[in-house]
Ligand binder design. Structure first.
Ligand code: ATP
Ligand code: MG
Length: 394
């Protein structure tokens, strides 16, 4: 083993009181995500080290790139903290590279190591100038930055830095219940919430036979994509057909969407309490459709006191699409299967719904029992990134 992946904690370090909790959460997440690889993972207060097999490096990097809480990582060579070993390794690494300017940056955290950082920079710089033809030092904008970190037993030497996905480790916050449709917005909302460390469970409202099993498959596939950022996600499928049919039978056409969304929120509140969630998360974006004007949001949100987090509320559609492409959900989201909102959309949904009208319309049918039945008959699937047969989940 002469190389390791060296992960620095970045933003985590500012969370003084919670530091250990954050580090342990990240450590457990890394361990789970790399369970199928031949790796050893060690951590201390400042960083994490992962040993790896060379042939697995690219694939491990792809996994690490999606673990929240990692801001920066390096592929570092390890040698014993001895002057000769360090010199030998630095030369060996640089001889393989083509470059014309460089800079050495030494950090000595082992104060028993006799040579001071500045002196070590000079020693290594001189060594490189002497042994590699045509190169010179550039302290401001070097092509190659050689970092040498001298620690108690080992010294880490690396040239390149890779950006991680940032955020906080999933699990550093408790559970939030995500309203996941087959659209573009809600998977993006899920990604942004997970980036803040939230554990998510997804809830999908379906209205068979008005919606198809393909629509459900779409949601399952979206959930699977989201699993790249966590280990597994529970997906609760709610049979919304009776409620939806009742709304369209008894209520004013232009208020159907408003009432339908209030029913969804009521069910979300029940599921959130049942499963120990703290917030509801959805893909609403201000002004995008009639049910997402501020007036609509106010009237719809009035059915629950549980906080509703709307991570994409203030993003433009194009900004949302950019993220959807980045997290690879876009192509699934644009598949054409109708979901229960699109099937029932009235010609002119109300843009500024009035609370008194909504309350009057909702008195027209006994929905409470229906809500309870919907929650009792939920089907729950546990989705992972691993390939599962669709048929197992239908
Ligand atoms: P689009 O990306 O086309 O806007 P959308 O899924 O955002 O699709 P909207 O009608 O804008 O559709 O719904 C707003 C939000 O409400 C969604 O982002 C989602 O969080 C939630 N939602 C809508 N329909 C459903 C559904 N059938 N099941 C679960 N959540 C839903
Ligand atoms: Mg939307």
């Amino acid at each position: 083993m002469d190389r390791v992946i060296l992960i620095k904690y970045g933003e985590l370090s500012t969370k003084k009181g919670n530091r250990n909790y954050f580090i342990n959460t990240l450590y457990n997440n890394v361990k789970k995500k790399l369970a199928s690889y031949d790796v050893k993972i060690n951590k201390d207060r400042a960083r994490m080290y992962i040993t790896f097999k060379n042939e697995e490096l690219d694939s491990i990097k792809a996994v690490i790139d999606k673990i929240f809480g990692i801001h920066m990582y390096h592929i570092a060579y390890i040698v014993a903290s001895e002057e000769e070993s360090i010199k030998e390794k630095v030369l060996e690494i640089l001889k393989e590279k083509e470059f014309s300017t460089f800079k050495v940056e030494t950090k000595r955290s082992d104060k028993n190591f006799k040579i001071h950082s500045g002196d070590m920079n000079n020693i290594l710089g001189g060594l490189i100038l002497k042994n590699i033809a045509g190169v010179k030092v550039d302290v401001h904008n070097p092509e190659v930055l050689v970092k040498v970190e001298i620690r108690e037993n080992n010294t880490f030497i690396y040239l390149n830095s890779y950006e991680g996905s940032g955020g906080y480790p999933v699990g550093s916050q408790p559970k939030g219940m995500l309203m996941l449709s087959g659209g573009i917005d809600s998977p993006v909302a899920a990604y942004l919430a997970m980036k803040r460390g939230v554990v998510i469970e997804a809830v999908y409202f379906e209205a068979i036979p008005h919606t198809s099993l393909e629509a459900r498959n779409k949601v399952i596939e979206l959930t699977r994509k989201l699993c790249a950022y966590t280990d597994k996600i529970n997906l609760h499928v709610v049979n919304f057909t009776p409620i939806q049919e009742a709304i369209y039978k008894y209520c004013r056409g232009d208020y159907c969407i408003t009432i339908m969304r209030r029913m969804m929120y009521r069910i979300m509140e029940m599921i959130t309490k049942k499963h120990g969630g703290y917030v509801i998360i959805n893909g609403e974006s201000i002004g995008q459709v009639a049910s997402q004007t501020l007036t609509s949001m106010n009237v719809i949100n009035a059915v629950t006191n549980i906080p509703v987090i709307r991570p994409v509320a203030c993003l433009d559609k194009l900004e949302i699409i950019d993220i959807a492409r980045k997290i690879d959900t876009f192509d699934i989201s644009i598949l054409p299967y109708e979901d229960c909102c699109t099937v029932f959309v009235p010609k002119h949904p109300v843009i500024n719904p009035r609370m008194d009208v909504v309350l009057k319309e909702e008195e027209k049918f006994a929905y409470e029992k229906m809500l309870e039945e919907a929650v009792e008959s939920i089907d729950t699937f546990t989705i992972t990134s691993a390939n599962q047969e669709f048929s197992d989940l239908l």
